[in-house]
Design a protein around this ligand. Structure first.
Ligand code: IMP
Length: 200
């Protein structure tokens, strides 16, 4: 039987990206919107860890939080941890406007995944480097997908299906890393338990 973890998100695109990744590690996720407390911070790690621990203390269920941001080089990393707010106010069109006439189109997405699965608390990060296109391409995905083209790809994220996006994406990288660490942590805690039982 697969072990269940509650994914604190109301974003069905994120859910669809993460769902196939966790099966490989023997887990399944259930979408749990409305429980993610977002603190203001310059650090995605702090934001995600706070949200995950806060939800765990309230719900006492296994929790996954994934937080991401777009960091544009010519804008000194803006919008970064404020990506969600900036997207809701300006959309990807706002980023294209800010970059009008700018030659340096370098950008990266960063993702932080935090899992609280007793007794393990896991944090993992993932990054993908690429460029901001001159105009939007594609209509899949969400957020800044139509204007972000990862390195070594001819397509933007919005031109890829989920399987293809997962080959490149910041989210796939942090989620895979987090579940790898979780599997190791669970094994270690079981080994410890059996050793202590043996010597009781
Ligand atoms: P969140 O706080 O993790 O939901 O992400 C913040 C914002 O970054 C979202 O509202 C999106 O606009 C943007 N974002 C995060 N991840 C992605 C992605 O994979 N593709 C496109 N935009 C993203």
């Amino acid at each position: 039987m697969l072990n269940k973890i509650f994914f604190l998100t109301g974003n069905k695109h994120k859910f669809e990206e993460v769902e196939p990744l966790v099966y490989d590690f023997g887990f399944k996720i259930e979408m749990l919107p409305g429980h993610k407390l977002e603190i203001q911070s310059d650090s995605l790690v702090r934001i995600a860890e706070y949200a995950a621990l806060n939800a765990y203390m309230k719900l006492e269920k296994p929790i996954l939080v994934e937080d991401a941001g777009l960091f544009v080089e010519a804008l000194n990393g803006f919008p970064g941890p404020y990506s969600s707010y900036v997207y809701s106010k300006l959309g990807f069109e706002g980023i294209l406007r800010l970059l009008e006439g700018v030659e340096d189109r370098g950008a990266r997405f960063e993702s932080v995944s935090v899992i609280v699965y007793k007794p393990c608390i896991i944090t993992a990060t993932g990054k993908v480097y690429g460029t901001i296109t001159e105009k939007p391409y594609g209509n899949r995905g969400f957020g800044f997908d139509p204007i972000f083209k990862p390195k070594n790809s001819e397509k933007t994220f919005a031109e890829m299906d989920i399987h293809e996006k997962n080959k490149y994406s910041h989210r796939a990288r942090s989620v895979r890393k987090a579940f790898q660490k979780l599997s190791e942590c669970i094994k270690l805690s079981r080994d410890r338990e059996s050793i202590s039982l043996k010597y009781l």
